[in-house]
Design a protein around this ligand. Sequence first.
Ligand code: SUG
Length: 448
Amino acid sequence: MPEANFDGLVGPTHSYAGLSYGNIASARNQGATSNPRAAALQGLAKMEAVAELGLVQGVLPPQERPHLPTLRAHGFSGSDAEVLAKVAEADPVLLARVSSASSMWTANAATVMPGSDTRDGRTHFVTANLRAMFHRAIEPPVTARVLSATFADQTRFAIHDALPADSAFDFGDEGAANHTRLTRSAANGGEVCGIHLFAYGRAESAKRVPTRFPARQTLAASMRVAELGQLDLSRCIFAQQNADAIDAGVFHNDVICVGNGNMLFCHEFAFEDRSATHAALREAVGESLIIAEITNDEVGLEDVVKSYLFNSQLLTVADGTMALLCPIECAENPRVRAAIDRVISDHTNPLTRVTFLDVRESMRNGGGPACLRLRVPLTELDLASMNRAVLIDADCLAVLQSWVKTHYRESLSAHDLADPLLLRESRDALDELTRILKLGSIYDFQRA
Ligand code: SUG
């Protein structure tokens, strides 16, 4: 069976706080008013579109935000309302950080290595530590709980905690956003063997590193992830992200490259050493590998980052061809649109169609369609053994849409984050959601 996609549901505190240095959309929209309800409904519409293509689509819940335990650990005390009032006064940036709905971008939840590729035959999830950004570094413990509640059968799935984030190790890990699994054909599920491409931004051995923006993923982390995932290292390729691309706003590799089955769709400046990376991939995957590359003349880095062309989902559909699910911004940019049309009309690759989707609320924070989903190659037995309440069908979709409409606000700005009612609304919503998705008590407020 083809790989499944698990999208992060946008949380009730979705906001624009400009928290991610090096992520241009996040910086540009700092202070804008968000619409959490529209954001969540856009996300659900994307899930529906993928399910309609015949693919298995799941959902992962948002995290509890604002995260009061983090504020208390920072010395704020009193009732929840008092803590919120104090932090709003003393440190509004901290309040924004602990309120971010950033767990929606589940491409950063974990790196997934399916049982067909691992020594013990189990599917391994290594939770990402996300240590580069404070607001994201508080996600991993609950992410691990969510994954454990979703893929609970330990005979089939292994959920690893995040790599240590302290400075004793150079482990900056951003999960699947810097990892691509390729196979010899369009088949991409849990039955077929894969090649694992790990892209990193920084390493001790690197000759050139970005100078303007941070490189979030380190080689040391990628290697440790591959080891924990019990991969055969001869089937792993470690390639450095192009330093100029990171400095142009390509903070994750999935902003400039997407791979699926035997197709890699990428930009000329995806990798620091383009020809060595392509050669290593050809050698590992074999003759059937198709690299559809866009040159910088065709689409420059600025348009890559603005349109999120490569943050599209490249999906294998039932007839064995591939479909590209792009952000609507790609259709609005004539150069990008022309590049997509050119790749589709080139019959030497399996891509035959494109769909444009509106996920603008997420895009304004630098999160496109591919950021919003975690790919999990599953077998039929894996699928049968997992928590099926998180899988999207028409009924589940209707329940989630009405849940969003009941609980989410249509407008949120920075000063709303201190509103104790928002905290209450979010907790009520998440409490109900854990029952809908049969996840048990995953949140701190449910365990207190
Ligand atoms: O980590 N944006 C996220 C976007 C993540 C995109 N993920 C992938 N490319 N896979 C980030 O930079 C912005 C939040 C704010 O500014 O309010 C933010 O966290």
